[in-house]
Design a protein around this ligand. Structure first.
Ligand SMILES: Nc1nc2c(ncn2[C@@H]2O[C@H](COP(=O)(O)OP(=O)(O)OP(=O)(O)O)[C@@H](O)[C@H]2O)c(=O)[nH]1
Ligand SMILES: [Mg+2]
Length: 656
C-alpha cells in the first residue's frame, strides 16, 4: 500500500469541506454526504465550525483509492486562520487547490499557490461550483494561467455550466488538440519527447504523454486542472483518479532513524494532549522514548497509526499520546536537515489586549490562553508585567470572535477586547556600534561587550555573528549575549520588534575565576552570565540609537469588485483610508479595482463597503509587504525592561 498525504487548500467558501465529503463518499467511507450548511460534515466537527459554517481548524480524514492510502487534510480558507495552513504545508506530499468557477482566482488563492510552489508541493487544481450561476470555463482557465502558473493543462471540458446538470468530460486518447497541448506543456522539461514528436506526431503514444504528464505533475512542474461540482458530484470521479495517478504516493518504509514533525495538537476528552505527527523516516511505537524539538524528551504512551494500528512508519500520519511538552512544529527524533525553516505566510499583523470580564478570572485566562497558544503558536501571547495585561496577536476580527467564543465555551472565561491595533516592525536605518569595556567607566558590570548592528535584506530576520575569537571567553557567555540580543530586539526604539538586521559582536572580555589555592570563588570579581545578560541590552540599545530605526506598517493587497456605477464613490474613500488603487478593469456591469491598503484600515473599508456599493461590493485582501509609516510614528507601549533610559534601567535592575 502506498501513502499520500494530501492537503485541500483554497480561499474561504470555495468548497473544500464539501469536496472532502464527496471524496469520502466516493471512497465508500461514508454512506451519506454531509452538508456544511446543516453542520453535518466529517471535517467541520467543532461546534463553532458547525454554527458558523466555516472551517477553523485543519482536520485529517483517511480513505483509499485503489492501492493508495490517502490522508486528506481539510484546511480553513479564511485568511484569519492561515496559521492552520502554514502548519500542514510541511507534511504534504501533494495538494488540491480549489478555485471557484464563479469567483475565479482570488487574492488568497495566489497567496496559497505561491507557498505551494515555494515548497515544490505537487498540486492539482480543481475548479469547483460549475453548477452555480455565473460559472465560467475559459475565463477561469485564463485567470489560472495568468495569476497562478502558466504550466497548467485542462484535463477535460465542462458542459451545462451554471445548471444542476453541469458536467465534466475528460479528454481521452485520440483527442488531437489535447495531445498537442500536452506536448507543448511537457516539452519544456522533456527534450526527448519534443524530438520524437517533431519527427513523427503519431510516434508518440497517448500513454507516453500521460506518463510524461504524471512524471512532471509529481515533481510540481505542471498542474493538471479538473472542473466539477462538489455539490452535485460532477467531475469528482475524475479528480479522484487524478489524485491517485498524478500525485506522488510513496511506499511506506520503516527503516532509518526516527524523524517526524508535529503539525497539529488537540486535547482529548480528559484534557490529555494528542499530537498529530507525520513521519519522514523510521517508525514510532508505543513506549518509545523520543527526542522532541531541540532538547526535550518524552515517552509515547499510546499510538494511533493508519487503520488504528499501533505504529506509524515513514510517510504516514498518526496520533501520539503522552508527549506532555510537545508543541506544534516540533521535530520528533532526528530533525530533518532539509526542513524548510522559513515561514510561508506573513505573521499576524494585528494585536489586541484580552481583558477578563471578572477580575477573578485573571489566572484562569492566562492558563486558557497558554493552552490555545500551544495549539496555535502564532497567537503569540505578550504579558505586560507593568500593567498586568495580556495581548494576543491576530490575523483579523473573525479570529478574535473565535478566540472569545472558545474561551467562553471551553474554559468558562468571559472576555472583552481593547481596540485592535496594527503590529508594526522596525528596521535599522543605518549602521550603529557601541561598546562597554570591563573596568572602564561607566560600565557597571564585569563584562566587555561591543556590538554593531547593520541592516540586512528584507525578510532575512535577525542574525548574530562574531567578529571576536570564539575561544576568547567561555561559550556560556557568548550564548548569554546572543540570547539577550534576540530578546532585546523584541522592542526597538519605538517599541516594535526590530528585524532584518545583523548584530555582530565586536568586543568581548571577562574577569576569570580566581584560582589561588585558598581563595574562594568571589562573585564580585568574577564574571557571570548575568553580567553579560545585564550589559548586552545597554550596549545594543546604544548601537541601535546610533543606527536609527524606521517603523514599517503592514500593507494588504486588495481586490475589490463593485458595480460599475459606484466607481465614482469608492476610490475617494479608498484614498482617504490610505489606499492606493493601482489597476481598474471594467467588465460589463462590474468593475474590479486592485491596489494596496494599510492593514490597519482594512476593517474600516470592509465596514463602509456595503453602504458605498448597495451591498454588492466584494473585498478580498491579503498581506503584501511592510511599508514605511507615513505621518505620525506609532509607539507601542513598552512591556520589557529595555534600557531606553539608562538610569532607570540600572535602578530597576538594582531593585530586583
Ligand atoms: N452550488 C455549489 N455550491 C457549493 C459547491 N461546493 C460547495 N458549495 C457551497 O459553498 C459553501 C461553502 O462550502 P464549504 O465546503 O464550507 O467551503 P470551504 O472551502 O470548506 O469553506 P471554509 O473551510 O470555511 O474556507 C457551502 O454553502 C456549500 O454548500 C458546489 O460545487 N456548487
Ligand atoms: Mg471548510
Amino acid at each position: 500500500m502506498r501513502t499520500l498525504n494530501l492537503g485541500i487548500l483554497a480561499h474561504v467558501d470555495a468548497g473544500k469541506t464539501t469536496l472532502t465529503e464527496r471524496l469520502l463518499h466516493a471512497a465508500g467511507v461514508i454512506d451519506e454526504i454531509g452538508s456544511v450548511d446543516d453542520g453535518s460534515t466529517q471535517t467541520d466537527s467543532l461546534a463553532l465550525e458547525r454554527q458558523r459554517g466555516i472551517t477553523i481548524k485543519s482536520a485529517v480524514v483517511s480513505f483509499t483509492i485503489g492501492d493508495v492510502a490517502v490522508n486528506l487534510i481539510d484546511t480553513p480558507g479564511h485568511p484569519d486562520f492561515i496559521a492552520e495552513v502554514e502548519r500542514v504545508l510541511s507534511v504534504l506530499d501533494g495538494a488540491v487547490l480549489v478555485v471557484s468557477a464563479v469567483e475565479g482566482v482570488q487574492a488568497q488563492t495566489r497567496v496559497l499557490m505561491r507557498a505551494l510552489q515555494r515548497l515544490r508541493v505537487p498540486t492539482l487544481i480543481f475548479v469547483n461550483k460549475i453548477d452555480r450561476r455565473g460559472a465560467r470555463f475559459e475565463t477561469v482557465l485564463q485567470g489560472i494561467r495568468d495569476k497562478l502558473s502558466p504550466a497548467i493543462v485542462a484535463m477535460g471540458s465542462a458542459g451545462g455550466l451554471g445548471t444542476r446538470g453541469a458536467s465534466f468530460a475528460p479528454y481521452r486518447a485520440g483527442d488531437a488538440p489535447f495531445a498537442r497541448e500536452l506536448v507543448e506543456l511537457l516539452a519544456d522539461h522533456d527534450d526527448a519527447l519534443l524530438a520524437a514528436y517533431v519527427d513523427d506526431e503519431s510516434a508518440v503514444s497517448y500513454a507516453q504523454l500521460r506518463g510524461g504528464l504524471a512524471a512532471q505533475a509529481r515533481r510540481a512542474r505542471v498542474h493538471p486542472v479538473f472542473f466539477g461540482s462538489a455539490r452535485t458530484g460532477a467531475g469528482v470521479d475524475e479528480l479522484t483518479a487524478g489524485i491517485a495517478d498524478l500525485l506522488p504516493a510513496a511506499e511506506a518504509g520503516g527503516d532509518g532513524p526516527v524523524s517526524g514533525t508535529v503539525f497539529k495538537i488537540e486535547r482529548g476528552p480528559r484534557g490529555e494532549k494528542i499530537a498529530y505527527v507525520r513521519m519522514f523516516s523510521g517508525t514510532v511505537r508505543t513506549r518509545d522514548r523520543l527526542r522532541i524539538g531541540g532538547d526535550g524528551e518524552g515517552k509515547v504512551t499510546a499510538v494511533s497509526g493508519p487503520d488504528g494500528g499501533a505504529a506509524i512508519a515513514a510517510g504516514q500520519i498518526g496520533k501520539l499520546w503522552g508527549l506532555g511538552d510537545v508543541r506544534i512544529g516540533d521535530a520528533i527524533g532526528t530533525p530533518r536537515t532539509a526542513a524548510p525553516g522559513r515561514q510561508s505566510f506573513a505573521p499576524p499583523t494585528l494585536e489586541t489586549v484580552v481583558v477578563p470580564r471578572r477580575r477573578a478570572d485573571r489566572g484562569a485566562l492566562r492558563v486558557a490562553l497558554d493552552q490555545l497558544a500551544e495549539q496555535d503558536p502564532l497567537i503569540d501571547l505578550r504579558q505586560d508585567e507593568l500593567r498586568q495585561e495580556i495581548s494576543v496577536s491576530l490575523y483579523g476580527e473573525v479570529q478574535k470572535e473565535v478566540i472569545q467564543a472558545t474561551l467562553a465555551n471551553d474554559f468558562g472565561v468571559d472576555v472583552t477586547f481593547r481596540a485592535t491595533t496594527t503590529i508594526c516592525i522596525e528596521r535599522p536605518d543605518g549602521t550603529g556600534a557601541a561598546a562597554e569595556i570591563l573596568g572602564e567607566e561607566p560600565n557597571p558590570f564585569l563584562a566587555t561587550v561591543g556590538l554593531r548592528i547593520d541592516p540586512a535584506p528584507i525578510g532575512s530576520g535577525v542574525e548574530f555573528r562574531l567578529e571576536v575569537e570564539l575561544g576568547s571567553m567561555p561559550f556560556a557567555f557568548f550564548r548569554a549575549v546572543e540570547e539577550t540580543v534576540k530578546e532585546t530586539l523584541r522592542q526597538g526604539l519605538h517599541g516594535w520588534e526590530v528585524t532584518d538586521c545583523t548584530v555582530t559582536m565586536t568586543h568581548s572580555g571577562y574577569a576569570a575565576r580566581q584560582s589561588h589555592a585558598h581563595a574562594v570563588f568571589d562573585k564580585s570579581m568574577s564574571s557571570t552570565a548575568g553580567d553579560f545578560r545585564n550589559l548586552t541590552p545597554l550596549v545594543l540599545m546604544s548601537a541601535l540609537r546610533r543606527a536609527g530605526t524606521r517603523v514599517y506598517e503592514p500593507m494588504h493587497r486588495f481586490q475589490l469588485e463593485i458595480p460599475a456605477d459606484t466607481l465614482g464613490a469608492v476610490p475617494p474613500v479608498l484614498v482617504q483610508l490610505g489606499g492606493v488603487p493601482q489597476a481598474t478593469a471594467i467588465r460589463g456591469p462590474t468593475c474590479t479595482l486592485e491596489g494596496e491598503v494599510p492593514a490597519a484600515r482594512v476593517h474600516e473599508l470592509r465596514r463602509q463597503l456595503p453602504a458605498l456599493t448597495r451591498g454588492e461590493g466584494i473585498l478580498e485582501t491579503a498581506f503584501e509587504r511592510y511599508h514605511p509609516v507615513r505621518g505620525e510614528i506609532p509607539d507601542r507601549p513598552r512591556s520589557d525592561n529595555n534600557p531606553l533610559d539608562r538610569e532607570e534601567y540600572l535602578r530597576r535592575l538594582a531593585g530586583r
